[in-house]
Design a protein around this ligand. Sequence first.
Ligand code: M6R
Length: 616
Amino acid sequence: MCGIIAYTGIGPALPILIRGLRRLEYRGYDSAGVALLDNGLLTRIRAVGKIDVLSEKIKDQELLGTTGIAHTRWATHGGVTEENAHPHTALGGKLMIVHNGIIENYRELKESLLSDVQSLPPEEPVDFKSQTDTEVLAHLIAKHYQGDLRRAVETALSHVRGTYGLVVMHADHPDILVAARMGSPLVIGMDSTGHYIASDATPILAYTNKVMFLDDGEVAEVTSTSVKTYNLHDEYVEKHLEHIDWDEKQAERQGFSHFMLKEIFDQPTVFQDAIRGRYNIAEGTAQLGGINLTDNQMREINRVIFIACGTASHAAMIGKYAFERLAGIPAEVEVASEFRYRDPVIDTHTLVFAISQSGETADTIAAVREAKRRGAVVRGIVNAVGSTIARETDGGTYIHAGPELAVASTKAYTNMVAVLLLYALQFGRLRRLSLATGTRVVDALREVAEKMKQTLQLSEEIKKIAQKYSGYRDMMFLGRGINFPVALEGSLKLKETSYIHSEAYPGGEMKHGALALLSPDFPVFGIMTKNQLYEKMRSNIEEVRARGVNVILLATEGDSSAQELADDVIYVPETMELLEPLINTIPLQLFAYHMAVILGRDVDRPRNLAKSVTVE
Ligand code: M6R
């Protein structure tokens, strides 16, 4: 959703801010703006639309200054207008703020500020120009400003309910940025030229890997040479630098036409990053130390709950199958937005895994807090290093997918599945799983990357199939067993990138209603690879076929009989059944990708969506 980049140092700020805004584009936005401080004068420029529109507006202006703030806005309060774009100002333009999050009590704060107007000097007008909660915050800080910007921010925030990640600057403090966090992440990076503040690490990676993560309730006073952090009671807080092992190159398209395609093709490499050093061939097991539980504590776990949203919840479903099959532990998946408002029955033997690429999904964070409150053992399976879920869980595992910038998640899903399989194996070997089966799983995992590479070679073939089906408005994905979550994921990928209506069903459930939807205008994409449910799935596809429906089938290499049932067959390499999602999802990702390109969609930034959903 919204993004922040700010800089103070000895270098010119504008190029850093514009480059940073481009790096933040992936989060989803509808307007953007920058403000620079030069010779005691603050200049602000904002524009609706892409960063290119903003750059065009800036290009004829001489915007100097080595301190500045910038923002990409994804509208929540107030429409998509230039007036509502950040930065927002107060004190007649002397104070500027960029803000992510939502100030819940902004209406009452606004009323109170307006009722104060009479008592304020004329040079400090409270003049609301936008409909945003952020502008209210700007005036609230201004109200408490008495020469010390950080104290003004701290006092203002003590009146605020809601979430924020914010950066404030003031014309009278040329070298100071004040940043504060509550619920919306902020990262501070440092190099030899100065300091960077951003809503995630991606815009900072070009300059440094040395970062500091602000925690909720912390305020930082950042100058070109120092960072001082405090809590909201104005007490000094000691913070440490951390190292992020992502690099800027990973966050580039590297010759691919879209991030989504690049990230699909990243999968063999990042999958190896996810499993490297985490399995033990001799013992036929996995070794994920981050779980922070002894073997005995792991044996005492009698129930696993996965909480996640969207694609992460599909990965979680695969985790459920794996935990039940390999470890014999009852497992459930619940979307975080439901879990957080239920009365979940949880005890100290329940292990809750929070799964998230960004680690910042608001519902998943809330569900983590709820599970912890109820006494569960809560662990994270997360991609973004230092993210809120990674920090708030008492252990867990990074999935090592590297920066994922396309809104449609692909490689993060694969690596979530990889880590979940490893966990299921580890728990299984501590319980009932034999060495022989454990070894078979490890061996099969070690062959996956090569099979992924083979599957990726199908891209051009899949493009032709996508072309053939690009005129349809509806599509049904069918799978059974471990391939039902794969069908759900294929369906989600298609709808979010190409805007084609799609549904996903377990093959055996069709007769109970959804079969009525099918017609020659409603094609089916079936996953019918050779596993224990192959014959069952075959019957389901025959039922569909008998109704004159066009069928695309994903089948195992060598299964020539699949041709009899389908208009188009995509053959994938055979693997162990539990590992099939790691291979079978790839053609579905490619199908969605090519379809979106053919239909002229904004592939990496589909309409109405944001990469990381940081509001409820
Ligand atoms: O960052 P997270 O993994 O927590 O995000 C969860 C979902 O918002 C995300 O998977 C979403 O469904 C993607 N757009 C799917 O491609």
